[in-house]
Write a protein that binds this ligand. Structure first.
Ligand code: GLP
Length: 242
């Protein structure tokens, strides 16, 4: 695990975008695993800026998102499908048919998960982008999620529901309590992994990811078993690392 501490969110975002763009530019059919949350927004802005200034081509890019809330229509502004379009897909020339986000509205959610995983197994993700939850979750793989988990339905923990409520309270809506997420095994199959984190509220999770025993008690520690992981954090999120 290669850990890079940057001075602030902007520098973290620029460095993360460099890693993402390297994959976009240097693969014939780049396959990206993408993430939502406040952490990647700056990196996506850098990619959009680069596309506008340098014309970087996304016509061959294929993307698979990590997770999606259960029960939100894709038109809901807090759905991860809408998030990805708002922050990245609408601003680059990626083809809609190459964009994949788990279906949180499938009538049979387990079957939907299986279909997503079957699709993932047919490709190799060149670069999987990740954030980290305050409790060390990656994607929506909460503490205790089995290491061999594949795409599955998740009951979100109280902490995650509380963390995400900031997006729903202003809308006067209930925060979703379930999600569909790639599993830890799905994530670990990626060729390369890039995890980003910023802010003091991530300092504990980042410390635990790097120092705790490798265990599903802190799902992000599992990444230490992957041969090619880069972690880019800002000074606040990295504050507890020596
Ligand atoms: C959510 C997402 C995760 C994300 C995490 C951190 O729970 N499912 O994929 O990494 O939150 O979010 P943020 O970047 O907003 O702190």
């Amino acid at each position: 695990m290669n850990v890079i501490i940057t001075k602030d969110y902007d520098e973290m975002s620029k460095k993360a975008a460099e890693v993402l763009l390297d994959v976009v530019k240097n693969n014939e059919t780049p396959v990206l695993g993408l993430a939502t949350g406040s952490s990647p927004i700056g990196a996506y802005q850098e990619m959009v800026k680069d596309h506008q200034e340098n014309g970087t081509d996304y016509s061959k890019v294929v993307s698979y998102n990590l997770d999606e809330y259960v029960g939100l229509p894709i038109s809901h502004k807090e759905s991860y499908y809408a998030f990805m379009h708002q922050h990245l897909f609408n601003h680059v020339n990626i083809k809609e048919e190459n964009v994949h986000v788990p279906n949180g509205l499938a009538e049979d959610l387990d079957q939907g998960c299986k279909e997503y995983e079957d699709m993932l197994k047919k490709v190799t993700i060149d670069l999987q982008l990740l954030g980290i939850g305050g409790n060390g979750h990656i994607g929506f793989n909460e503490p205790g999620t089995p290491v061999d988990s594949e795409t599955h339905v998740v009951d979100l923990t109280e902490k995650t529901i509380a963390d995400n409520s900031r997006f729903f309270i202003p809308l006067g809506e209930e925060t979703p309590t379930q999600a569909v997420s790639m599993g830890l095994a799905s994530i670990m199959r990626s060729k390369k992994i890039l995890l980003i984190a910023s802010g003091a509220n991530k300092a504990d999770a980042v410390y635990r990811m790097v120092n705790d025993p490798i265990s599903v008690d802190c799902p992000a520690t599992i990444l230490r078993n992957h041969p090619d992981v880069t972690v880019i954090v800002d000074a606040e999120a990295g504050a507890k690392l020596a």
